[in-house]
Design a protein around this ligand. Structure first.
Ligand code: ATP
Ligand code: MG
Length: 429
């Protein structure tokens, strides 16, 4: 990047298809970008022209701050491409009001060429002109040729390859002005968080559930997380807890999220007193019901898990059905049809993979539960009535020991141990 860069351009895809809701989606995206940047200590103007959202970079901004802004913007769901650009307004492009100043465009492209060193002598380049504003009188190919010749004359880039260039220099001529760029970063795409409702995501320490959460954030859901632990988590251990680390990372995308850490000691104690088979499914139904209570407390309308069909014994079709029957809310399973390898590559892209594979001392209790591939709602309900005669009391007691970590944009905002209170009465459990 070079000091001439004065805007970050944010292209969005699907939001543009939203018809009557278009402006609502767009302003949500703008607000989310503003929020994410401001949490990174950056209070720049975020605005839009037609189908383009942009961030204005103040003059003299250090490269390291610009880097931080680009990193933050490229984690905002809804953003498809995040591009540092040099922008000049239409008035500057037409100094006399009618004839465009092609030398201005050329000088911007040359600055871009100057800032980019070819890695090898034979690296190729291409000029891409997009004349979206048809009032611009010079033909696309003509301008591309002129700019290509100027880059070659500059002496750094010598080889043109129009089909598969190593480096593209792009010029977009829009009604509001001209944008010149030579790099762009991929954003998550999808829809802005907050445009698709609120969910509670069951987050384990593994690879799958962080990916499931991210996929829902990318579809525009705001979310809270719940994680079940063998022991009560103390307030002073939050900074070296793996799952808190994962939730923190996910909140770079989901923005404001809560993580509830709920110990399952009461569940274990009941099972110890009255042993039963189907432990694993009983446990999964317990987790779903607590998550549903938290969903009611936080105005969420669905739960999310990292199940993938047939991946482990608890994820057979029958067990998935038995799991869903334990709650009245929909359980969203965005990974249901993905292979492990696909989930792993998404985890790498999101940045959760390395943390997910770290050893986690809390998970052994779960693994030891006897997995059965088949179960029925009726059978499990009968067992539950015997083992947990007061299920609502079990949920209350478990939540009374919960810790709530408030997160925002990748940081911990607060840690509290006040149990969440349901806003509605008579919630089916
Ligand atoms: P993951 O890779 O997400 O850990 P898994 O392969 O270990 O999943 P299971 O243990 O069967 O599979 O869990 C299935 C789903 O149940 C998880 O993806 C997650 O949504 C939820 N889950 C499992 N354990 C916990 C836990 N301790 N706390 C919260 N949710 C959990
Ligand atoms: Mg799994």
């Amino acid at each position: 990047m070079h000091p001439g860069i004065n805007r970050i351009l944010i292209n969005y895809g699907e939001i543009a298809l939203k018809g009557r809701n278009y402006s609502r989606f767009k302003s949500r995206l703008i607000n989310n970008i503003r929020h994410r940047l401001s949490r990174a200590g950056i209070d720049w103007r975020v605005a839009s022209h037609h189908d383009r959202v942009f961030v204005e970079i103040p003059e003299g901004t250090p490269q390291e701050v610009l880097e931080r802004a680009l990193g933050a913007a490229s984690e905002v769901p809804g953003a498809v491409w995040v591009t540092p650009v040099t922008w000049r307004a239409t008035e500057q492009l037409y100094p006399d009001g009618t004839t465009p100043d092609c030398d201005l465009i050329e000088s911007l492209v040359l600055t871009e060429g100057q800032a980019r060193e070819p890695g090898r002598v034979d690296e190729s380049f291409a000029i891409r002109v997009n004349r979206a504003d048809k009032r611009f009188p010079v033909r696309t190919t003509e301008l591309e040729r002129q700019l290509g010749a100027a880059i070659i004359a500059q002496g750094k880039w010598q080889r043109v390859n129009l089909d598969e260039p190593d480096q593209a220099f792009a010029v977009d001529i829009y009604p509001e002005g001209v944008y010149v760029r030579s790099e762009r970063r991929r954003g998550p795409g999808g829809l802005p968080v907050g445009s698709s409702g609120h969910v509670v995501s069951l987050l384990s320490g593994g690879i799958d559930s962080p990916v499931a959460s991210w996929l829902l954030a990318r579809r525009g859901c705001s979310m809270d997380f719940v994680h079940f632990t063998a022991h009560r988590v103390s307030e002073d251990s939050v900074h070296d807890n793996k799952v808190i680390g994962l939730a923190r990372h996910l909140s770079r995308y989901s923005l404001r999220s809560r993580l509830y850490l709920v110990p399952y000691v009461h569940f274990d104690a009941a099972l110890m007193t009255r042993p039963a088979s189907y432990e694993l499914m009983l446990f999964r139904r317990f987790m779903a019901r607590i998550a549903q209570r938290l969903a009611h407390c936080n105005d969420a309308s669905a739960l999310v898990t990292g199940d993938s069909l047939g991946q482990v014994a608890s994820q057979t079709l029958e067990n998935i059905a038995t799991h869903s029957s334990s709650v009245s809310m929909p359980v969203l399973r965005p990974l249901i049809g993905l292979d492990k390898q696909e989930i792993v590559s998404l985890a790498r892209r999101i940045g959760t993979y390395e943390t997910s594979i770290e050893p986690y001392k809390d998970c052994c209790a779960l693994i030891s539960r006897n997995p059965r591939t088949r179960s029925h709602h009726g059978t499990l309900s009968r067992i539950e009535r015997r083992v947990f005669p007061d299920y609502t009391g079990l949920i209350d007691a478990s939540l009374a020991d919960a810790l709530c970590v408030e997160l925002d944009s990748g940081e911990i905002v607060s840690v509290t141990d006040t149990p969440p209170v349901a806003r509605e009465n008579g919630v089916a459990e």
